[in-house]
Ligand binder design. Structure first.
Ligand SMILES: [Zn+2]
Ligand SMILES: [Zn+2]
Length: 258
């Protein structure tokens, strides 16, 4: 399985930087987990292949360019863009984003080939197919309805925490998974911002260190993501101080293979 955390910030030469402002993971060039930077960071080849997008929750950093992505492809889509999300998240997207005010309700619109966008409600605690992948979603602890995911291609599995604070069901699922190669987990704020992390339901390195004690698997790659760019260096230093084997920070724009 190939996974890229899409870049969301570019330097004055147009080269992707390591700062992550938006969240979008691209799996095997064709399935996206969240869609923050989907319209700005895909190659044309990837753009032509991505037709399945899993939205873990409706926060702006996870959906910012989803409407633009569908807009770009509108005339050429020969099959609808499938947006996989829980019924609660679908309702929020329809109410707050695709509501004719912020953007058109693409789920009601057709091009010359047919519908351009289709919601696929995802079940909780039961696996479901997304393109060539099998996905399991479980609620995590964030301030809006949010799911963590385990994604498998039949040989390899990768877990995505999405945005969360301390949580339980996610770890039950992760600990049951036989072929888990990587855990992509959020580390949003530095330790001195523990209060804000708590009210906004995110991790700091310290709370993440505690949380990872729930992990019974050994040996998989643990990749920290969702580091607030303003505190990136501080968070990285505090993550290093945890001295957890194979814990690193995922680099946007780099392709990881498991
Ligand atoms: Zn969030
Ligand atoms: Zn977020």
């Amino acid at each position: 399985m190939r996974i890229e955390l899409l870049p969301s910030t570019f330097d004055d030469q147009g080269v992707a930087t390591l700062e992550q402002r938006l969240t979008c993971f691209l799996i095997d060039d064709c399935v996206a987990v969240d869609a923050g930077s989907i319209a700005i960071a895909l190659t044309n080849d990837q753009r032509s292949k991505v037709r399945d997008i899993i939205v873990t929750h409706p926060h702006m950093d996870h959906i910012a360019s989803l409407p633009i992505f569908i807009d770009d492809l509108y005339p050429s889509l020969k099959q609808p863009m499938r947006v996989h999300a829980t019924p609660e998240v679908i309702d929020l997207l329809e109410r707050d984003v695709f509501n004719w005010n912020v953007y058109p309700r693409f789920s009601d619109l057709k091009n010359d080939y047919g519908p351009v966008m289709e919601y696929v409600p995802i079940p909780i605690d039961r696996s479901f197919p997304v393109a060539h992948l099998t996905v399991t979603a479980v609620p995590v602890n964030h301030i809006v309805p949010t799911v963590g995911l385990i994604v498998s291609d039949g040989q390899t599995s990768v877990a995505f925490s999405s945005d969360t604070a301390e949580t339980e069901e996610f770890w039950t699922l992760v600990n049951k998974e036989k072929h888990l190669e990587a855990l992509l987990i959020e580390a949003s704020f530095p330790n001195h911002m523990a209060k804000l992390a708590e009210v906004s339901r995110h991790f700091t390195p310290a709370s993440l260190g505690e949380e990872l004690k729930k992990l019974t698997h050994n040996g998989m790659d643990i990749m920290a993501v969702h580091l607030k760019p303003t505190y990136r260096e501080e968070i990285i230093k505090q993550l290093e101080e945890l001295q957890i084997p194979k814990l690193t920070v995922m680099e946007p724009g780099k392709i990881y293979s498991w």
